[in-house]
Design a protein around this ligand. Structure first.
Ligand code: URA
Length: 185
């Protein structure tokens, strides 16, 4: 069977005009956090969740009584999806398209089957749908409850960036994180 490393190399060749940001962290069957796609800072540094959303994620990690180095952190799409803002003419982040997501799902599945996490924490709608293969699921109705799909234990959380833009979500998010802390312990 093809190895994860070989598969990564194929994506590097296919996307030779883009900078790819791969997952990083502990690969010993622990907890895997899955985000949507890298942003500008992540692209620059070549690491997932190091920008503004990463700061919120760090708060989550601390609140859950964990350390970043205890986790494996990755994204569904491995490049930064961008568009040009009509208002400012500047390059901005956008949600990855369905085609982009579908193109990267095999790599994500390979990461999961290689590292065998005992718990997958999905951050927002994109990884929730990608991991379960169910596009009808939505984070608003799934967050904070462990679900099982294809033999995987999945804990859907809101995306840390949505907490930046919607302060009301902050309490919901914090209570979801506390629940996962109890589960882990
Ligand atoms: N948002 C994500 O989903 N992933 C990152 O790596 C950064 C921001």
């Amino acid at each position: 069977m093809e190895s994860l490393e070989n598969m990564k190399n194929e994506y590097i060749q296919k996307y030779s005009d883009r900078k790819l940001v791969f997952g990083e962290g502990k690969t010993d069957g622990g907890i895997m956090l899955i985000g949507e796609a890298p942003g500008g800072e992540e692209e620059k540094m070549g690491r997932p969740f190091v920008g503004k959303a990463g700061k919120n994620l760090d708060e989550f990690i601390e609140l859950a009584g964990l350390r970043r180095e205890d986790l494996y952190i990755t994204n569904v799409v491995k490049f930064r999806p961008t568009s040009v803002s009509e208002k400012t003419g500047r390059m901005v982040n956008r949600t990855p398209s369905r085609e982009e997501i579908e193109d990267f799902v095999p790599l994500l599945k390979k990461e999961i089957s290689t590292y065998k996490p005992y718990l997958i924490v999905t951050l927002g709608n994109v990884p929730l749908k990608a991991v379960t293969g169910n596009n009808r699921l939505s984070i608003g109705s799934c967050h904070g409850v462990i679900m099982e799909s294809e033999g995987l234990k999945i804990y859907p959380l809101y995306h840390p960036a949505s907490v930046i833009y919607n302060r009301n979500l902050k309490n919901v998010y914090a209570s979801d994180v506390k629940k996962i802390k109890d589960y882990i312990n």
